[in-house]
Design a protein around this ligand. Sequence first.
Ligand SMILES: [Zn+2]
Length: 87
Amino acid sequence: MVSILKKEQVFEEANAGNLLPKCILCKEVPKLGIADGFLLIGQFVCSGCEQKLLTLNYDDPAYNIMVQKLKEVIYSSKKSSRQLKKE
Ligand SMILES: [Zn+2]
């Protein structure tokens, strides 16, 4: 019985991966799906953008644009969680 429940959970997780996440930074869907990146507060960042963030210089305008987008995501997720608490 326990093993069946575990299989169902794995199946649900695999299905979630098949939703093909879109990167919040470059708006592209990675070839490997959710495995090709990481989730930040429920938002997907592809491995390509992750690498860019790690390699870009602090004073690079592209770095600032990416950080700004991440801040927007973090801010909007905080806002929506506050709205949920009000309900
Ligand atoms: Zn990306």
